[in-house]
Design a binder for this molecule. Structure first.
Ligand code: PMP
Length: 434
């Protein structure tokens, strides 16, 4: 057992759930074998605690590092901030500059609030939108973080959120009287949303612009019209989609403007900074509610955000990662057809995933992770693409993957996949750990 697994065993006795993020639990990748902890990360390379180095062709810090890990320019800007002081009684000017910048990129918006996590940015948006609309009920589509307001959608039926990224989220500990305040609707189902609005006093619609598939039949425009006609605050959660296909929100691609939007993940290229932006008419409601937190005022976040935007703009990173992701998708499909395997590919090009069309899908994913790890890759069935995923990284990745697809073909023809797995199958969603 490597040092990482040993430390993780200890972690589970000290930290409930082992780690603070479900998606970084080793069980989500390769139970009992995943290196689990890093000592260093640079570009798309990650070093574990045993001195092994891996190429990350997986979740890249869960989408935080579009420019790769430890980007020199961003790090230098942060380092200068560290030397000059990260905190003081006075505020940091960078937050004003970053607010200006985000509004420049989204001219429909007038004002910005900052936070340090996506869930916080979402909770801020909900508080402001409820205050502005004067109504409590929220229609949602997508994943919007861990807070009570969101998880309450699963009160009474923990399958309500099953179609929204993470199945099986348990709302234990969320007050029962929040039941029926948050009502999910399915993406591209405008009639379902219409019905929700007709039968409930909805004040807010919050949704991801696109996650696994794009809008059909003018879905986003229709949602906008419904919101406008019914005096509902429309919020696009761009925590994940932002900066992956456009320079800013994905909604710019579709020409639909919300009343508020949130950015997270990639905004600071690995440093914690998230934003809630919105129209003045809505955002001013923040003044009437109490929304305030100490570390929302630290300086590293906005420093990293400003530098990240500068580098992204110069390199047009959203174009690079979109074309790389498109190529990855094409090559996965080519491998599958070469081995006569059925896969489905989904997601934004820069956040691309595939799944085997097989009852053994999760076991095959585990097999990929197990075998790719031996070859020096952190890999599964999805890739958050970064600008460091250049051909010299991807070509050898595909050579190795080719061989594993060959193994999977043998499994489809009768070889029990269990005979190839050296540990348990990975988890596919939320589970309580022992
Ligand atoms: N909204 C969306 C769309 C997300 O994808 C995520 C994170 N996966 C969040 C909110 C929550 O962000 P965080 O994990 O930073 O709290």
């Amino acid at each position: 057992m490597g040092k990482g697994q040993e430390l993780y065993k200890k972690a589970k006795t000290l930290i409930p759930g082992g780690t603070m993020l479900l998606s970084k639990r080793p069980e989500m990748f390769l139970p009992e074998k995943w290196p689990s902890y890093f000592s260093k990360a640079k570009g798309c390379k990650v070093w574990d605690l045993d001195g092994n180095v891996f190429t990350d062709v997986s979740i890249m810090g869960i989408g935080t590092n579009i420019l790769g890990y430890g980007h020199d320019e961003v790090d230098d800007a942060v380092m200068a901030t560290v030397r000059n002081g990260n905190m003081s009684t006075l505020n940091c000017p960078e937050e004003v500059y970053l607010a200006e910048r985000l509004i420049e990129l989204h001219p429909w918006a007038d004002m910005v609030r900052f936070a340090r996590s996506g869930g916080e940015a979402n909770a801020i948006a909900i508080r402001i939108a409820r205050a502005a609309s004067g109504r409590d009920k929220v229609a949602i589509c997508g994943y919007h973080g861990w807070h009570d307001w969101y998880l309450s959608a699963n009160l009474g039926d923990d399958k309500n959120l099953a179609g929204h990224l993470l199945p099986g989220l348990d709302p234990l500990g969320v007050p029962q009287n929040l039941k029926n305040t948050v009502l999910p609707f399915n993406y591209n189902d405008i009639e379902e949303l219409q019905k929700l609005i007709k039968t409930n006093e909805i004040g807010v619609i919050k949704m991801e612009v696109s996650r696994n598939k794009g809008p059909e039949d003018n879905f986003l425009h229709k949602v906008r019209k419904l919101a406008t006609d019914n005096n509902i605050v429309l919020i696009f959660d761009e925590c994940t989609s932002g900066f992956r296909q456009t320079f800013g929100g994905l909604h710019k691609l579709y020409g639909v403007e919300p009343d508020m939007a949130m950015f997270g993940k990639a905004l600071g290229n690995g440093y914690a900074i998230t934003a809630t932006i919105g129209k003045k008419s809505v955002m001013q409601a923040a003044q009437k509610s109490f929304i305030s937190s100490t570390f929302w005022t630290e300086r590293i976040g906005p420093t990293a955000g400003l530098k990240t935007l500068e580098v992204m703009e110069r390199e047009r990173s959203w174009e690079t990662i979109t074309s790389t992701g498109t190529e990855i998708s094409t090559r996965w499909k080519a491998l599958a057809s070469h081995h006569n395997l059925k896969i489905g590919v989904s997601g934004l090009p820069a956040l691309i995933s595939f799944a085997f069309d097989s009852p053994n899908a999760l076991a095959y994913k585990t097999l990929i992770t197990q075998e790719m790890l031996k070859k020096g890759y952190l890999a599964g069935t999805s890739v958050y693409v970064s600008t460091t995923h250049v051909p010299s990284v991807l070509n050898p990745y595909f050579e190795e993957l080719d061989k594993i697809f060959g193994l999977i073909k043998k499994c489809e023809e009768g070889l029990p996949v269990g005979t190839l797995l050296e540990g348990p199958v990975c988890h596919g969603g939320f589970k309580r750990l022992n």
